[in-house]
Write a protein that binds this ligand. Structure first.
Ligand SMILES: NC(=O)c1ccc[n+]([C@@H]2O[C@H](COP(=O)([O-])OP(=O)(O)OC[C@H]3O[C@@H](n4cnc5c(N)ncnc54)[C@H](O)[C@@H]3O)[C@@H](O)[C@H]2O)c1
Length: 360
């Protein structure tokens, strides 16, 4: 197989669900993981889509990822919850954490949820969307514990993770505003996608092991390892530092430092502090109208080039519309890695061949 595959999202989700069922996940877990990964692809974030499966299978084989694990409440302080994810699937424990936080935000007008020790929680926008769908605003500060990849502004080696920040604002009759990005210049997964496709990454995103700028993604995938740079110079670095401390320390978990390094295994451990607000609890009768007035004012700016003026979240929505209609594209290298992972999960060769015959 040498050309890209184009797979209908529902078919791909069924395949991913089958992989996790073979690996030992309960039906609901297999469904949540499949839905999350495929939704990340639909949103255009291939870095956090089905291409993560081989890494999760490796983490499972190393005894790091714990299947069929649910959040435990470490402290219930009413509007503030501290939850331990027990290294369970982030796709399950973050979903449970958001559900508990939403229930408290409905009760109190706002809630804060500290979730620590979760296995990779994937695309953070997914958790904001869980809040947005119920009409709530949310903010998410996330750290990637013990897996440094990003150099501090002014530094030359990796000291912390790609620490994403995310926020959502639901609109009355429109898609929500969704801000969701890694605080590194590009997400680590985007270096994997470029590496697998034999492409370079944009300038300003990477340095090599000696601190020299490079556009070659192999510095993140082959020793000697280089580092990602923070986005926006000192500003992105400052936000990353706050994500580390709010996501890692305030959530009841740990930050990245010499005692917590986990560079010898495949686990990705996230901590996330989420603030959920009920907009109805504010005395802001013009909130939606003011938001819409601002949006149309901004959109009237004369374009500086060929690019349209977009709102946060519009890029993902456009991808979703396109990919639901035309399928999700998977490059051959990534597909080979996923098929190998499916075999390791215990999928029989006939089942894998039957799927490949459908999509190949
Ligand atoms: N779980 C983890 O440990 C982890 C770590 C890092 C990143 N991530 C996830 O990786 C994904 C990718 O992150 P990224 O940094 O590559 O994202 P990105 O650079 O693609 O930026 C995405 C954000 O920019 C907005 N955007 C894009 N084009 C725009 C435009 N023209 N105008 C206005 N807004 C625009 C999008 O709507 C979105 O909010 C995210 O979903 C993030 O949550 C997860």
């Amino acid at each position: 197989m040498h050309s890209d595959l184009r797979i209908h999202h529902e078919r791909l989700a069924k395949f991913v669900q089958a992989i996790w069922s073979h690996a030992g996940s309960a039906p609901r877990e297999a469904e949540l993981v499949a839905e999350h990964l495929v939704q990340a692809n639909l949103a255009g974030h291939d870095s956090h889509g089905v291409g993560m499966i081989p890494r999760y299978i490796a983490s499972l084989a190393e005894g790091q990822l714990k299947l069929n694990t649910h959040v435990s409440v470490i402290r219930d302080a009413g509007a503030v919850l501290t939850l331990d994810g027990g290294r369970g699937f982030g796709q399950v424990v973050a979903c449970e954490a958001m559900a508990q936080g939403l229930q408290r935000a409905k009760q109190f007008g706002l809630a804060a949820v500290g979730l620590h020790n979760a296995h990779h929680i994937g695309r953070i926008g997914h958790w904001a969307e869980q809040c947005g769908k119920e009409g709530f605003i949310s903010f998410h500060f996330v750290n990637v514990m013990g897996d440094p990849m990003v150099a501090p502004f002014g530094g030359s080696d990796r000291r912390f993770g790609t620490n994403p920040f995310c926020a959502i604002f639901p609109r009355k009759d429109e898609k929500p505003l969704l801000l969701d990005f890694a605080t590194s210049a590009i997400a680590y997964g985007k270096t994997r996608v470029a590496y697998n496709k034999g492409l370079t990454v944009p300038p300003g995103a990477l340095i090599d092991h000696q601190g020299h700028p490079t556009m070659q993604p192999h510095v993140m995938h082959e020793p000697p390892f280089g580092s990602l740079l923070p986005f926006g110079d000192h500003k992105g670095y400052a936000l990353a530092a706050l994500c580390e401390i709010l996501g890692g320390a305030l959530s009841g978990g740990r930050t990245t430092h010499d005692e917590t390094l986990e560079t010898d295994n495949s686990a990705i451990i996230n901590g996330m502090t989420t603030i959920i607000l009920n907009p109805e609890a504010f005395d802001a009768p013009h909130m939606q109208a003011e938001a819409e007035a601002f949006i149309s004012w901004v959109k009237k700016s004369p374009p500086s080039g060929n690019m349209p003026i977009q709102l946060p979240g519009e890029w993902e929505e456009a991808n979703r519309v396109d990919r639901i209609a035309n399928g999700i594209t998977v490059d051959p290298m990534t597909w080979r890695q996923i098929c190998h992972a499916a075999r390791l999960a215990g999928m029989p060769e006939e089942e894998l061949n039957a799927f490949n015959a459908l999509v190949g």
